[in-house]
Design a protein. Structure first.
Length: 677
């Protein structure tokens, strides 16, 4: 036995049980630490440490005045921090305070049960922040710990030191949890998904690298995010590499440094026009599971069908097709989204635009980037563009810009340094001086130059490409695949996609090679092992998302159809749930009845003997032996009971004699009939 085990076994029961309960409470509160104010975590740790010192030194608990002072302090700080005592953040902060504070007044078993129930509720609140697989596993472990603490609090002494065994309590808690898991799974499968009672928890940690604005140099850190943004699975062949664009926010307003999305107040107005779409060729069908975006735009593969103003209905969310052909949500998308969609690789958008609409799309801030504007004017004035019609001229100018990017000493890099520190003319600095950047820089400069040459242009952000190897049948698009490209307008052809990044770094587009962060220590020592571990974990996480987090009411209806319901609906779901509850209730009643019956051989035989003699009018004490029963029979009934008494004495000898045969059961029946007669 180790020194730690000897020390643990020498502790008094109250001290040991308190240590165990404090450890479980710490595990319950730990997932909330990232979401609580720093002062809250510090005060909570201080209270739990104070309670541990009290348990170690067997001191008395603090007076109620101390507790009242802590409540006033904690509540006041919560109100100052959140400006309210109502809501998710403030409510959970106060709940953590109550959990820690209740440990300082554990004077009776009733107080311990209050702590247990607060702990169970806090486990549920963890899913308000995250429903990830690790969080589910951690919640199950903390639930097991709380149940073990409940069992431990009610156990008598079970060892030589007069202490109940934590191991026995843990095993009983595990068996109880195991018995409850099938019930939990059945209720999860059949409980109706009714908003807002279902699906309230949202992931608050998603980052896609997309926003409604793009500032020069801001996408450097975002592009280094290697976490998963979405998973895609196509029903047929994959689109070619240069068509793997997922359209997100479209940026049209430029102030000289920052691109912003159009003002939504004029999104349907005559000023910006309506870029209606005409699709060509066969449709590509695919399934997408999108991680939380936290922006009100759903990036779908270009180009999804649907006119401007069309609606796309998802569970608990309806999107509208915007004028720039992006799908707009009424609020930021903060939950995981799973949908079926289609896309056409051939499309025509915005074939006709009037003079005012074109003027909006060539607008540039005055007195910004004068050298770039002069460079663009010189290019547009070259004789080769002089006699071209407007449409071919726009295409020729775009081709000239791409050729210049390929021929000049532009460098595609993740570390271009910060632009705009010494001058407000960031495009001048990039295009004519440093020439270092990635997709954001090239797309911004391309659009500014096209507008300077009187060609309508805009920036489109989204994702481009995916991992070369599928995971569990899904293609993985990472936040490192965040991308920015350009569109320019040609009369009769509408908006045409042009990706300047492909001119300087063709592998980024043609092979879908995403921007990658520097690998960690394990990735540098053994890249193969690191990729295998990451792929395995992401595959497991995908299974969790597809089978559990994305389990929807449509999945429930599909299950009912497989179970034989011809028209699955809410009524059928309620009937199935009621049937499951009835079966569980009957099974529980049967188990209770079965567990109340004797299960060892002698107990069953004793129950049969007493029941048989009771029907003959003889009542025997159940706790006595067969020999005592024989004496009682002779004393009460005399010679009439002699056959039954002799049978019981033979039974008594057979129970203790190794070679004796038990008397035949028929003889006792005959003796009972004599007594009954």
């Amino acid at each position: 036995m180790t020194a730690l085990a000897r020390w643990w076994n020498r502790l008094p029961r109250d001290t040991r049980d308190s240590y165990f309960l404090l450890a479980v409470i710490t595990a319950v509160i730990a997932p909330h630490a990232d979401h609580l104010p720093l002062w809250s975590s510090a005060l909570t740790a201080l209270m739990l440490g104070w309670r541990a010192v009290i348990a170690a030194q067997q001191r008395t608990l603090p007076s109620r005045w101390w507790l009242a002072l802590i409540i006033v302090l904690y509540t006041g700080l919560t109100g100052l921090t959140f400006r309210t005592l109502i809501g998710r953040e403030a409510g959970i902060t106060l709940l953590v305070m109550l959990m820690a504070l209740k440990t300082l007044e554990l004077r009776a078993r009733r107080d311990a049960f209050v702590v247990f129930f607060l702990g169970f509720f806090l486990i549920l609140t963890q899913f308000l922040y995250s429903q990830a697989l690790l969080m589910a596993v951690w919640s199950l472990l903390t639930l097991w710990g709380l149940l073990a603490a409940v069992v431990l609090a009610q156990m008598p002494s079970t060892d030589a030191n007069g202490l109940p065994s934590i191991g026995i309590a843990a095993r009983r808690a595990a068996s109880t949890t195991a018995l409850g898991l099938p019930v939990m799974v059945l209720l999860f499968v059949l409980f109706p998904r009714i908003a807002p009672l279902w699906g309230v928890p949202t992931e608050a940690i998603g980052k896609t690298g997309l926003s409604n604005q793009l500032e020069f140099g801001a996408m450097n850190e975002i592009a280094n995010d290697d976490s998963i943004a979405m998973r895609v699975r196509f029903d047929g062949p994959l689109p070619p590499p240069d068509q793997r664009y997922f359209r997100g926010p479209v940026l049209t307003r430029f102030d000289g440094k920052t691109w912003r999305a159009p003002d939504p107040r004029v999104s349907e107005g005559w000023l910006r026009g309506r870029d209606d779409i005409a699709t060509r060729g066969p449709a590509l069908s695919y399934e997408m599971t999108l991680e939380p975006l936290r922006i009100p735009v759903l990036p779908l593969l270009e180009m999804s069908p649907g006119r401007v103003g069309a609606e796309l209905a998802l569970p608990d969310l309806t999107l509208v097709r915007g004028p720039e052909m992006q799908w707009l949500a009424p609020r930021p998308i903060t939950e995981r989204v799973r949908l079926q969609a289609t896309a056409h690789l051939g499309w025509l958008v915005g074939e006709r635009r009037n003079r005012i609409q074109r003027a909006v799309d060539v607008d540039l801030p005055p007195s910004r980037n004068p050298r770039t504007l002069a460079w663009a004017a010189a290019l547009a004035a070259e004789p080769r563009f002089a006699n071209l019609p407007p449409g071919p001229r726009a295409e020729a100018l775009a081709a000239a810009l791409l050729a210049h990017i390929r021929s000049a000493d532009f460098v595609y890099t993740l570390t271009p340094g910060r632009y705009g520190e010494t001058t407000p003319h960031v495009i001048d600095e990039f295009w004519l001086d440093r020439r270092l950047g990635f997709c954001e820089h090239f797309a911004s400069a391309f659009v500014v130059l096209m507008r300077a040459m009187d060609v309508p242009a805009r920036i489109v952000t989204g994702f481009q490409g995916w991992d070369p190897e599928p995971q569990d049948g899904y293609l993985v698009v990472r936040n490192a695949n965040a991308h920015a490209w350009a569109e320019y307008w040609v009369e009769g052809k509408g908006w045409l996609r042009s990706d300047p990044t492909a001119a300087v770094a063709p592998n980024r587009v043609s092979q879908g090679v995403a921007l990658r962060p520097q690998p960690g220590v394990l990735g540098q020592l053994n890249p193969t092992l690191w990729r295998a571990l990451r792929t395995g974990w992401e595959t497991l996480n995908n299974r969790w998302q597809q089978l559990v987090l994305n389990y929807s009411r449509q999945n429930q209806f599909d299950l009912l159809k497989r179970l034989g319901f011809s028209q699955p609906d809410w009524t059928a779901l309620g009937q199935a749930l009621a049937g499951v509850i009835l079966v569980l209730a009957l099974a529980g009643a049967a188990w209770i009845r079965w567990s109340s019956r004797p299960h060892d051989a002698w107990s069953r035989q004793r129950a049969r003997i007493t029941a048989l003699l009771r029907r003959a009018g003889v009542v025997l004490p159940a706790h006595e032996s067969p020999a005592a029963w024989a004496r009682n029979l002779r004393r009460q009934h005399g010679q009439k009971a002699e056959p039954a008494a002799q049978w019981l004495e033979r039974l008594e000898r057979a129970r203790y004699a190794p070679d004796a045969e038990p008397p035949p059961w028929g003889e006792l029946r005959a003796a009972a009939r004599m007594l009954r007669a």
